[in-house]
Design a protein. Structure first.
Length: 388
């Protein structure tokens, strides 16, 4: 029997987008290069699009290596022009004229910053190019730790209390505290402090916390558990549950442990120490899967995502910590025991290509408000401030 899914992608051209202005720029490069290899090896036509931290876009050669980006875009990279307006899209300059990049859908490998936080999704919506990584709305929710925690609490999903760190706010829970960037997609910038005054000092002095900080109780008794969910197949599917293994003296699952573990040639999430599947009671694994499905529906996050939990091994308490709409290495290592990497990525790309974009309806005005408005000058009467 022919594979209809393979046939539906035989003429597709997939963009793999990586880089971007973010503290996680280098990790995004690694994820993008990995994804390009997987798709190319599967016989797909791939356009690797690199978003430089300075804002420029480049089409880079297939098969590029991480070292090629040490000094900026690879030497063979071609500048790409982003055009908005009546004829939007990505264009590569040729000898005589610019050539439009024909893209069926884009795979977002952008971690953190505007890439994962909604800016990229908004740009792609304006360009009319379908992309993975969630809509603008879902991406922004996943990146805002305060908003995400509030949505969970409202829906009755277990999570730790989390509040914004404000100058005069007294916290509704006792220390010690964990202070996190309000807007961020990794462990960068996280600090553990004993008291509120120290939390405020850290928030004022850390470059990662200046855009906003959230505080929650730090509980040394909790361990990390992660699960991936994907929406590109039949309904929401979940991976096995993993338990990242911290260093013996590790207070939190750090950026270095997550992304820089392993020897030469082994750097990255796939080589970080872990239990997979996590050695937890069956009911805990089942609860994690159920919560992942609920979070997927509640947030509208699509494609391949990762949900992070905190777990009390003595009591069995399981709480949701945060969602990653574009997880490191696209969480392919979590799916490997069940599904091949190419299938995971292609399912996400097909879903993006075939699903209508999430956008606000427009263009329904009949002109009644404009006709009834009269002169604009008349509407400014009384708006010039108090009369002395």
């Amino acid at each position: 029997m022919p594979d209809n899914r393979s046939a539906s992608t035989s003429d597709a051209r997939w963009a793999v987008v990586f880089g971007g202005p973010s503290p996680e720029h280098e990790i995004s490069i690694l994820t993008g290069l990995q994804a390009e290899r997987v798709l190319t090896k599967a016989g797909q036509q791939v356009l690797p699009l690199y978003w430089a931290p300075t804002g420029g876009w480049f089409l880079v050669p297939n098969g590029a290596e991480a070292k090629d980006f040490l000094e900026g875009p690879p030497s063979a990279a071609r500048p790409v022009e982003v055009r908005l307006g009546a004829d939007p899209g990505f264009f590569v300059k040729g000898r005589l004229r610019s050539e439009r990049l024909d893209i069926s859908a884009a795979l977002s490998c952008l971690h953190g910053g505007l890439g994962e936080g909604g800016g990229y999704a908004g740009l792609m919506a304006l360009l009319g190019i379908p992309t993975t990584g969630g809509s603008l709305y879902a991406s922004a929710l996943g990146m805002d730790k305060l908003a995400f925690g509030g949505v969970l609490a409202t829906a009755g999903i277990p999570t730790l209390p989390r509040v914004a760190l404000e100058p005069d706010l007294e916290l509704p829970f006792d220390g010690p505290y964990i202070v996190k960037p309000r807007f961020g997609g990794s462990s960068i910038g996280i600090e553990i402090v004993d008291d509120l005054e120290t939390a405020r000092v850290v928030a004022r002095t850390s470059a990662h916390l200046r855009a906003g900080a959230v505080v929650e109780p730090y509980r040394a008794d909790l361990v990390d558990l992660n699960i991936s969910f994907r929406t590109g197949g039949d309904g929401v599917q979940v991976s096995d549950l993993e338990k990242p293994l911290r260093k013996p003296d590790g207070a939190v699952y750090s950026y270095d442990e997550k992304y820089l573990a392993g020897g030469p040639g082994e750097v990255g999430l796939s080589s970080a120490p872990r239990e997979l599947p996590a050695q937890v009671p069956d009911e805990v694994a089942a609860l994690a899967a159920e919560l992942a499905e609920r979070v997927a529906v509640l947030t509208g996050v699509t494609g391949v995502a990762r949900l992070d939990f905190l777990y009390d091994e003595s009591s069995g308490e399981l709480v949701v910590n945060e969602v990653n709409a574009v997880p490191g290495a696209l969480a392919l290592y979590l799916w490997a025991p069940k599904v091949g990497a190419a299938e995971v990525l292609l399912d996400a790309l097909r879903e993006a290509r075939d699903a209508p974009p999430v956008s606000a309806p427009s263009g329904f005005g009949s002109g009644a408000a404009l006709r009834a408005a009269g002169g604009i000058a008349g509407k400014l009467v009384g708006l010039d401030g108090p009369r002395l």
